[in-house]
Write a protein that binds this ligand. Structure first.
Ligand SMILES: [Zn+2]
Length: 155
């Protein structure tokens, strides 16, 4: 399942990426060209603009009601029955939405801080921005956040 959010849902887009969902962020407010892009790329439109429901659109669209990102995430997860098995947390670059790929440790020696190189064994890289990523405190924080806000009230 792929998503396209309008410009008011930047935080939601980031969290969907953290959970591994292919999510693009549309730099403008929801309009006809957003729908065209979503239709062309087979993406589900996520927006908070209620009048978007009246637009003619053959694809899928969800009008979110909540203004808090954790509730918006729940609306999406429940609305599309996105089971935890379909989540792939931290598999995608938060900056450019590309799927991260593994990279051998000896290839990142000059590209990460020495302490990180010594203390980590698994590194990933992004084919888009060429960034190097590793499991760190940010990941732990994010996993905790997901558990706290999303998983606990699921059956
Ligand atoms: Zn990237």
């Amino acid at each position: 399942m792929k998503f396209l959010t309008d410009c008011s849902l930047g935080m939601l887009a980031k969290w969907l990426r953290i959970m591994g969902f292919d999510t693009l962020f549309y730099e403008g407010s929801a309009d006809r060209s957003l729908l065209t892009k979503a239709g062309r790329e087979g993406r589900v439109v996520l927006t908070r603009k209620r009048d978007m429901a009246q637009r003619q659109f053959s694809g899928q669209m969800m009008i979110l009601v909540s203004d808090r990102v954790e509730n918006q995430l729940k609306e999406v997860i429940d609305g599309f029955s996105l089971e935890p098995a379909s989540w792939h947390p931290f598999s995608r670059c938060l900056r450019c939405n590309q799927v991260l790929i593994g990279i051998e440790k000896d290839k990142v020696k000059d590209r990460v801080p020495p302490y990180t190189f010594e203390s980590q064994d698994c590194f990933m890289t992004c084919p888009g921005c060429r960034g190097i990523f590793w499991p760190g405190t940010h990941r732990e924080r994010a996993e905790k956040w997901i558990r706290l806000h999303i998983q606990t009230d699921r059956p």
